[in-house]
Design a protein around this ligand. Structure first.
Ligand code: GDP
Ligand code: MG
Ligand code: ZN
Length: 265
């Protein structure tokens, strides 16, 4: 970009002017249909622009954070981006079964949970990619780059051994990159994250990030209900009636309390 740097994200459509052969400057960024990003009080980190689907990649080893999944879901719902959850590393059979018990909750909520092994067989995945610009997102070490390489061997994305001692992956993927699958489909590999700040989500919109809360939003006694412990709260009632999983309300409360998702209006 000419002038001030930054501002362009992976997935952006831009107008540029060639300067010399093979080089050019970006003149304008076209309006974005979606913008997936993380943010805390100090900075914003764009994951990708114009994506239509987020693929949340999880695996049993290293262990994954359910709160991080919830946070990804809030970010996706707020941008109207489709969600696909992939449980990778199913070749590690026992641990994958345990992980699936945790993920079944999200399946019940209506999210598709695909089980596969990036090192053995990814044939279940391509049908979900057609017509989408998808971004692979999730913690480091879950196998995002391995998955991408299985889809597009020429990409040769760097992958890294996980640290069993630390129960975590290492940040091998340093920048996002988009690859075309066909004329209408593309997929972006992105660096892993261990945090997903949501300070750009207004407090009053946070509950919309919890898909099963939707029928109850607006049904509470108070129109500005935060679903904490207000009398006549329809969301809390739904939890008591076991229509909403208690764990999900707890995540919601945790996000509210954490304040990073609590821009007051
Ligand atoms: N057993 C097993 N290991 C995998 C699988 N997919 C990825 N890995 C390993 O997990 C580690 C992290 O993979 P990587 O693709 O770098 O993860 P990323 O940080 O999410 O991009 C590497 O050692 C991979 O070989 C899988 O399906 N099964
Ligand atoms: Mg990677
Ligand atoms: Zn309420």
């Amino acid at each position: 970009m000419r002038g001030k740097k930054g501002g362009v994200a992976c997935g952006d459509r831009v107008e540029y002017q060639l300067t010399t052969a093979g080089q050019g400057v970006i003149e304008t960024i076209q309006p974005r249909s979606s913008l997936l990003y993380r943010s805390d009080a100090f900075k914003e980190k764009i994951i990708a622009a114009n994506v239509t689907q987020i693929i949340i990649v999880v695996a049993a080893i290293p262990s994954f954070s359910e709160e991080l999944i919830s946070r990804c879901l809030v970010a996706a719902e707020s941008e109207n981006i489709e969600v696909l959850i992939v449980l990778n590393k199913t070749d590690l059979v026992e641990s994958a079964q345990t992980a699936m018990k945790t993920l079944s909750l999200y399946q019940e909520l209506g999210y598709t949970v695909l089980q596969l092994s990036a090192i053995q067989d990814i044939s279940a995945l391509p049908p979900y990619l057609t017509g989408h610009v998808s971004v692979l997102a999730g913690q480091s070490g879950m196998g995002k780059s391995t998955l991408l390489n299985a889809l597009i061997p020429e990409a040769r994305r760097a992958t890294a051994e996980i640290s069993e001692a630390l129960d975590s992956g290492t940040h091998t993927t340093t920048h996002s990159q988009l690859y075309y699958l066909d004329e209408n489909s593309a997929i972006i590999d992105s660096p892993g994250f261990q945090e997903f700040g949501l300070s750009h989500i207004k407090e009053e919109n946070l509950a919309w990030g919890f898909i099963e809360f939707h029928p109850y939003i607006g049904q509470c006694k108070f129109s500005n209900c935060r679903h904490l412990k207000e009398p006549g709260c329809a969301v809390i009632r739904a939890v008591e009636e076991e229509k909403i999983h208690r764990k999900r309300l707890s995540f919601y409360h945790k996000l509210l309390r954490s304040g990073d998702s609590a821009t007051k209006t």
